[in-house]
Design a protein around this ligand. Structure first.
Ligand SMILES: [Zn+2]
Ligand SMILES: [Zn+2]
Length: 324
């Protein structure tokens, strides 16, 4: 897919130019559109008329930037809304499942179903953290993305490009998460920072981001810096890929805290995928299973907390005693 060179700048699409061009004759534009061009949908209609080669998603994207007319604000609002929408949207089915007693036989710690009160208290804490700690940082996202060379232009990258880049981000973030999460279990750091996240020994979806602001910054750095580092080395990253990565990482974190292990859970098909089965035990026992998405770091560094790993360790101890 190509974009008219008229609308391109070396850094990608110039949204302001596009907006101006679509408003050369505001009177005729107004007469020919059902919605006034001052609205977002009016903007979308204007762009659609002169850019039929763009996909619907690309038109929605360009209309958003053209309508807001301030790239920092446009990226900031979009980032914040995506985070809120997908965090609470993904948590909602788990709230219903807990409250209505669906799937009780798949609950890992079946005697510890969170009450609605507990979930509401947790949601309030998370919301407060989002508005006070994360919102100001999200506002800095566009300048940082521009500084690091992330593209906000159209056309969007191909599905293959987004897929392989997001796979790499999962591997990078998991490595960061393993070592820093393990460090947070060191006595003084645990007491000062990580203890808050472990308030729930039987986790639930909403508890994924129930953590100290310092922990959110330390572990969240792995989520944000993995794509940034990738972009610094390759110069090839679109901000949309970053959004999709963050949404998938949110889904991973919420599902890992859900407290439910199903016969159709992903790790049954991808044995190296961590999932709720892995992280629930971490919350229950306060030890082992430090990774976020995969099982390989815990396996390689012998910090797995699974019935098999415990059996293996017991066997090794017995063997060591016999040889003494
Ligand atoms: Zn922990
Ligand atoms: Zn957790």
């Amino acid at each position: 897919m190509s974009v008219s060179p008229l609308f391109c700048t070396p850094g990608g699409l110039d949204y302001t130019l596009l907006w101006n061009l679509s408003h050369i004759d505001p009177f005729s534009a107004r007469n020919s559109t059902v919605l006034p061009p001052g609205t977002y949908w009016g903007q979308y209609q204007d762009i659609t008329k002169s850019n039929t080669h763009l996909s619907v998603a690309e038109r929605l994207w360009v209309a958003w930037y053209a309508w807001v007319q301030n790239d920092v604000l446009a990226t900031g609002i979009m980032s914040f809304l995506i985070h809120e929408l997908f965090y609470f949207g993904r948590s909602l089915p788990w709230i219903f499942i807990d409250s209505l007693g669906f799937f009780t036989r798949y609950k890992i710690q079946s005697s510890k179903v969170p009450s609605l009160r507990e979930q509401w208290d947790c949601a309030k804490f998370v919301l407060l953290s989002h508005f006070t700690v994360e919102l100001p940082q999200i506002w800095l996202f566009h300048p940082m993305a521009q500084f690091c060379g992330l593209s906000t232009s159209i056309p969007f990258p191909s599905l293959w490009t987004m897929t392989y880049q997001i796979t790499i981000f999962f591997v990078m973030e998991d490595t960061w998460h393993y070592f820093f999460h393990r460090a947070l279990h060191w006595g003084p750091l645990y007491k000062a920072i990580h203890k808050i996240h472990h308030q729930y020994s039987a986790p639930f979806g909403l508890a994924a981001e129930y953590a100290s602001p310092i922990e959110v910054m330390i572990l969240g750095f792995g989520t944000v810096s993995s794509p940034i580092l990738w972009c610094a080395f390759t110069g090839n990253l679109h901000i949309l890929t970053m959004y999709i990565w963050i949404v998938l990482r949110l889904f991973q974190a919420i599902d890992a805290h859900s407290g439910y292990e199903f016969p159709w859970s992903l790790h049954h098909f991808l044995p190296f995928w961590a999932g709720a089965d892995h992280h629930d035990l971490h919350h229950e026992k306060f030890i082992g299973n430090y990774s976020s998405s995969f099982r390989w770091w815990d396996y390689l560094l012998d910090t797995e907390y699974t019935p098999d790993a415990l059996k293996r360790r017991r066997g090794e101890k017995v063997k060591a005693k016999k040889t003494q």
